[in-house]
Design a protein around this ligand. Structure first.
Ligand code: ZN
Length: 435
């Protein structure tokens, strides 16, 4: 139990330490089972560090728990919380309905109940609709989550997606106040990473709980395989949090933040990056640019995201631009042939014939990869594999091109997609295939 992590956080921010001495990205590391230490941050505030953190604020009469972790870790996290709290848990607040934050709620409501009492489950009114969507699209979510977390999660913590969640006892639309043993807690809704996100403000303690509005990663506002995200509303919420003046800020992932001025700087910096990226995209859309032209023009100022709390190690700016395009425009990218395209395999066969065969495309992809042009190489090798899906030599090339592309990635999301492509082709390449 210590608040060493607050000292570490402040040092990282003040000295802009983007990397650890061993070269890994700067931040909080967790053991492979996803459950870290319990950190006492104030006399009456502690955090159980985990795959998604659980925060607890106590008074003499009651305690409030923010988020519940993934279902698989909830029993261990609940035990940790029970060991630490002196007063009963009166409220469990879910910052949003993602599985890593809400998945353990069913267990925790049971674990913190008993003797005729039961904590109130508090969430935004859109959370039940999210649960219904998860049930509707469980197969899809299982596939993308397995792909996204297969590498970072070798112990198989994410083994499914839909989860049982009791109906919330208290929901709200814009904002609500709850009373925890005389301590006033204000909850405010914002559409940001999710449509059901909230942040909490505890004025008497000057503490803000932000869920995934702050992550110690570049904001997850572009995730390519997930539903719409809302970067401008997200940025506005970050400015609202800065305006209330928290002295301790508790994010859903990564290190907590301390110090009013430091927190303000971090929040406003993050908001500005989201605003600039969004407004530049909208400006280009208004001027008639295609998505391709927008992507080319919005290469974000790389110096600006060299901050320990903005590292594009999970999501990345390019994906946020695509999300903005979808939010304000639609899915049509401005290239007429993409409106009602031919089957990709037909296009691939046509181009393979022109190039002298699928293997010729694959060999050119290998040459481009050797030359460092892996983005271009991926197009050619995908065409080669689509033209001749059973060609083991083509798949050997595709495996190697995508392994190289994966190794070049900083973001977990991109690396996972390329890893899956390499894995898929490795299974179809003959062992003797030249690579
Ligand atoms: Zn999260």
């Amino acid at each position: 139990m210590s608040s060493d992590i607050l000292a570490k956080s402040s040092e990282g921010i003040d000295h802009n330490l983007t990397h650890e001495p061993d070269g890994r990205p700067f931040g909080l590391s967790l053991p492979s089972d996803g459950l870290g230490d319990t950190h006492r941050l104030r006399d009456d505030v502690f955090m159980v560090a985990a795959f998604a953190h659980v925060h607890v604020v106590q008074t003499e009469e009651a305690s409030v728990v923010f988020d519940s972790g993934i279902p698989e870790l909830a029993p261990m996290i609940a035990d940790r919380v029970s060991e630490e709290v002196a007063a009963p848990v009166s409220h469990l607040v879910l910052t949003h309905g993602h599985r890593d934050h809400a998945g353990g709620a069913g267990h925790m409501i049971g674990a913190f109940g008993g003797a005729g009492r039961r904590p109130a489950l508090v969430a935004h009114e859109s959370l039940p609709g999210r649960m219904a969507r998860y049930r509707l699209t469980d197969g899809y979510n299982r596939i993308i989550n397995e792909r996204q977390f297969a590498r970072s999660n070798p112990d198989g913590l994410i083994d499914g997606f839909a989860f049982a969640l009791p109906d919330p006892d208290v929901t709200f639309r814009d904002r609500i106040g709850i009373d925890v043993g005389g301590l006033e807690i204000e909850l405010r809704h914002v559409r940001a990473e999710t449509d059901d996100h909230l942040w909490a403000w505890i004025p008497q303690r000057r503490v803000a709980v932000t869920g995934d509005l702050m992550l110690w990663h570049f904001p997850n506002a572009g995730n390519p395989a997930k539903v719409q995200r809302y970067p401008l509303e997200w940025a506005a919420a970050l400015r609202d949090i800065a305006a209330v003046g928290p002295e301790l800020l508790l994010p859903g992932h990564g290190l907590p933040f301390e110090g009013r001025e430091r927190i303000r700087r971090v929040l406003e910096d993050t908001a500005a990056v989201l605003e600039d990226l969004t407004m530049l995209t909208i400006e280009l859309m208004n001027a008639g640019a295609t998505l391709d032209e927008v992507l080319e023009a919005t290469r974000i100022d790389q110096e600006r995201i060299k901050r320990p709390y903005l590292a594009p190690t999970y999501d990345e700016p390019e994906f946020v631009v695509r999300n903005v395009w979808r939010l304000y425009g639609g899915w049509y990218d401005g290239v007429p042939s993409n409106l009602k395209p031919a089957r990709f395999a037909e296009l691939a066969s046509e181009l393979a014939d022109l190039a002298g065969g699928a293997l010729a495309l694959a060999r050119r992809a290998e040459a481009l990869t050797a030359d460092g042009q892996t983005a271009l190489a991926c197009h050619l090798v995908d065409l080669a594999a689509a033209a001749e899906p059973k060609n083991a030599a083509v798949h050997g090339a595709r495996r190697d091109v995508y392994r190289q592309r994966r190794d070049e990635q900083q973001s977990l999301i991109a690396a996972a997609v390329y890893e899956a492509a390499a894995h898929d082709s490795a299974a179809r390449a003959s062992p003797a295939a030249p690579s």
